[in-house]
Design a protein around this ligand. Structure first.
Ligand SMILES: O=C(O)CCC(=O)C(=O)O
Ligand SMILES: [Fe+2]
Length: 284
């Protein structure tokens, strides 16, 4: 029997009694989906899984992304997995050593933003290396009605160049990745296709609101990010080896902290579930 334990007031639940390397029954899959929709972030602890087993488990919940939008960060021979590591890769500092350093939702700068991500911890940092998550449904619901009306009408323009630390990576690869992902506008409020709930969709990777200047947009982007990431709306995950943490990118933002010694090994593998086609490319 599976049991759940809430991880924080705002979001997050640990599910016990599931072994991710084993085939899931339909009942188990439906149970996990239900808990995931309710709590937005779910955790499976003390798991042992090889890359193909993570892929198999993830594919119970939707179509897997092959990470073609960020082709340089894939795990060798497994395009369905991104390798997020501080370990050296092919004798060079890893290009993913600083992934996720500002508040964001995965692949928001693409035309098919990620529905969900599943991150498996192979090796945590010796101390720290935590990841924070915030609840974007609550963020929307706790805005005043007039503010909800304003954001309901807006489109957020996502710009991959605003990814923290991007320009500390291989500049040739960064240029290619930027060409693959021109700025794109998505609705600032999105309706979750399964739960029907409205969620705020902004982040620190939004340059402006479509049709507005950056000067006009900035105070509102700053306010909405501040509002969304208030401590009471956040779950902070302290990683252990064998954790599989799954988040809904349509109802959360997250941020990977640099609260650890970056010369030490921290090694993670991420599967990404594809979301719906959304947004339009902009040139303003
Ligand atoms: O390394 C982490 O904790 C998360 C990095 C990140 O943003 C991601 O995997 O989407
Ligand atoms: Fe991320």
């Amino acid at each position: 029997m599976s049991e759940i334990k809430q991880l924080a007031y705002a979001l997050g639940a640990q599910i016990e009694g599931i072994t991710i390397s084993e085939t899931l029954s339909d009942v188990q899959t439906a149970f996990i989906r239900k808990i995931w929709h309710e709590h937005h972030v779910i955790l499976f602890r003390e798991q042992k899984a090889k890359p193909n087993e993570i892929i198999e488990f993830a594919s119970n919940f939707g179509e897997l992304d092959d990470h073609a939008s960020t082709p340089f960060y894939r795990l060798e021979n497994f395009p369905q997995l991104m390798e997020i590591t501080t370990r050296r890769v092919n004798g060079r500092p890893s290009e993913t050593r600083n992934v996720g350093r500002n508040w964001h939702s995965d692949y928001s700068y693409t035309q098919r933003p990620a529905a969900a991500s599943m991150l498996f911890c192979v090796e945590p940092a010796p101390v720290g290396g935590d990841t924070m998550f915030c609840n974007m449904v609550k963020s929307y619901e706790t805005l005043s009605k007039p503010m909800q009306k304003i954001v309901d009408e807006l489109h957020s323009v996502y710009d991959i160049s605003l990814t923290a630390g991007l320009f500390q990576r291989d500049l040739k690869e960064v240029e290619e990745t930027r060409k693959l992902n021109p700025p794109i506008a998505h609705p600032t409020v999105r309706v979750h296709p399964e739960s029907g709930k409205k969620a705020l969709y902004v982040s620190e990777r939004v340059s402006h609101f479509h049709g507005m200047t950056s000067e006009e947009s900035k105070p509102l982007i700053d306010y909405l990010c501040y509002h969304a990431t208030r401590p009471e709306n956040v779950y902070r995950h302290v990683w252990r080896a064998g954790d599989l943490l799954c988040w809904d990118n349509r109802t959360t933002m997250h941020m990977a902290l640099t609260d650890f010694d970056l010369t030490q090994s921290r090694h993670m593998l991420r599967a990404t579930l594809r979301g719906e086609q959304s947004g339009f490319i902009v040139d303003d």
